[in-house]
Design a protein around this ligand. Structure first.
Ligand code: GDP
Ligand code: GDP
Length: 454
């Protein structure tokens, strides 16, 4: 599990600037689901050896009226789901009434809150941020988000108190290759000893809970494990074809009393945590609605997390032949970037096609945890190199020397050689496909890491 860090503050204090620095990306997952606020952004932060989920809550001013109150409440939900709150204020403009309004709200929450005075570049940070001590939320941390100043220190102080609760937030250090292969084997042995964690993920109303119920209706459910808080998914151990699974139910099947609760119970943090937690994601889309931008954002997140993936195109009932053909063409067009994943056309409502999903889940997991060794990977790499030589850059041919395993689920292939940083993306894609075909893996992404030198 990764901790969730919420960025809170009135508009213009520098939340997006900090968010972008932490996630190093501009394509964050934007919450734009019906019934939820639009300007909340989610991403995975990897910063100075730490990783966590970061939420930019959008602007709240603290003195909302009327409809704004509802909007602000939506934003405040993000605070409830967070493990740590970073409350940003602007050191240049000084304290405002809005800051005080937000502080008042935060003081009522039982959450660790850190006051962060941003934009201390080029000003006397100590004297400009001293005012904010009056917010009554403890020490004032000084940063310049735009330049990265103070950010590492801030994260260390904010995350240290919850480090024991979230051991996964420390990114493991890179070891040398021999150790890395041993580590990879150890990781594999651990994976094989555990049940397959299967997360059922998708937007509200695509049919997740119908599907979950359908699966559970057919299977022997061992026991339910009720979660502690609203943001947590429900973990349901079950058996299928002699294999143990843990179903990660993000739809809240157990606690939901009616359909209209679907949106209320939908939580992006919950979805992201479930993806991080899982081995395989069963991603559900609504055939009748088509692929939306939100589906693509969620898929992008699943891909980045390196999870194995099976796509269930649900509500395949009651469509005529022409419409089905049209939907298939659209899926081909928009889902090219996850061409490693199998697609199943199902009806969770009627049960059609549901049984076959598990064949692909098994296959995806088997692919993600298939042991590979140095000689095998190096041989495949050599064949790829013979079939299609890497380019000559600045008069020297890029040379790949050997490859070894760096991890599983997803399979990580580490390639050593000379001038590898000059390899064009097209060649990397060629290699990826070559490995994919030679290793016969399906349903999992493959990651390749390049290391300079032998
Ligand atoms: P948000 O509305 O809270 O998300 O704020 P933004 O991240 O959009 O930042 C608002 C403005 O403050 C932008 O013009 C940023 O360039 C600027 N800004 C953000 N961080 C810093 C900083 O560390 N130093 C200075 N001088 N300006 C900053
Ligand atoms: P969730 O929010 O993703 O958990 O979605 P639900 O399982 O609550 O389903 C949302 C709506 O879609 C409900 O009205 C379901 O009856 C309907 N639904 C779910 N699966 C199917 C299906 O396979 N076919 C059709 N026609 N409707 C479905």
């Amino acid at each position: 599990m990764l901790p969730v860090v919420a960025l809170v503050g009135r508009p213009n204090v520098g939340k997006s600037t900090l968010f972008n620095r932490l996630t190093r990306t501009r394509d964050a997952l934007v919450a734009d689901f019906p019934g939820l606020t639009r300007d909340r952004k989610y991403g995975t932060a990897k910063y100075e050896g730490l990783q966590f989920i970061v939420v930019d809550t959008g602007g709240i001013s603290g003195d909302e009226q009327g409809i704004d109150v509802v909007m602000a409440e939506q934003s405040l939900l993000a605070i409830i789901e967070a493990d740590v709150v970073l409350f940003l204020v602007d050191a240049r403009t000084g304290m405002t009434a809005a800051d005080q309004g937000i502080a008042e709200h935060l003081r009522k929450q039982e959450k660790p809150v850190y006051v962060v005075a941003n934009k201390v570049d080029g000003i006397d940070g100590d004297s400009e941020s001293a005012d904010f001590f009056a917010l009554g939320l403890g020490d004032v941390n000084q940063i310049a988000a735009a330049h990265g100043r103070g950010v590492t220190q801030l994260l260390q102080s904010a995350l240290a108190p919850i480090a024991e609760q979230f051991p996964d937030m420390h990114i493991p250090e890179e070891s040398d290759e021999e150790l890395q292969e041993i580590d990879a084997d150890e990781q594999l042995a651990n994976l094989q000893a555990l049940p397959i964690k299967l997360a059922i993920v998708g937007k509200p109303n695509v049919g997740k809970s119908t599907l979950t119920n359908r699966i559970l209706g057919e299977e022997r459910v061992v026991v339910y494990d009720e979660p502690g808080t609203t943001r947590d998914s429900i973990f349901i151990p079950m058996e299928r074809d002699g294999r143990e699974y843990i179903l990660i139910d993000t739809a809240g099947v157990r606690r939901r009393r009616n359909i209209s609760e679907a949106i209320e119970k939908f939580s992006i943090v919950k979805t992201l945590q479930a993806i991080e937690e899982s081995n395989v994601v069963l991603f559900v889309v609504d055939a009748q609605e088509g692929i939306t931008d939100q589906d693509l954002s969620l898929l992008g997140f699943i891909l980045n997390a390196g999870r194995s993936l099976v796509v269930a195109v649900n509500k395949w009932d009651g469509l005529n032949k022409d419409v089905k053909e049209e939907i298939k063409r659209e899926l081909d067009r928009r889902l090219g970037f996850i061409d490693f994943a199998r697609l199943h056309f199902i009806s969770a409502l009627h049960g059609t096609g549901v049984g076959h999903l598990f064949e692909s889940v098994q296959e995806a997991y088997a692919s993600a945890t298939k042991r590979v060794n140095t000689s095998m990977l190096t041989r495949i790499m050599d064949m790829a190199q013979e079939d299609h030589q890497p380019p000559v850059v600045r008069g020297r041919r890029v040379k790949m020397k050997y490859a070894h395993a760096g991890g599983y689920n997803p399979p990580l292939i580490v390639i050593h050689g000379n001038q590898l940083k000059d390899l064009p993306d097209s060649y990397k894609r060629y290699l990826m496909n070559y490995f994919r075909k030679s290793l016969k893996v399906m349903g999992t992404p493959i990651k390749i890491e390049f290391r300079e030198g032998a």
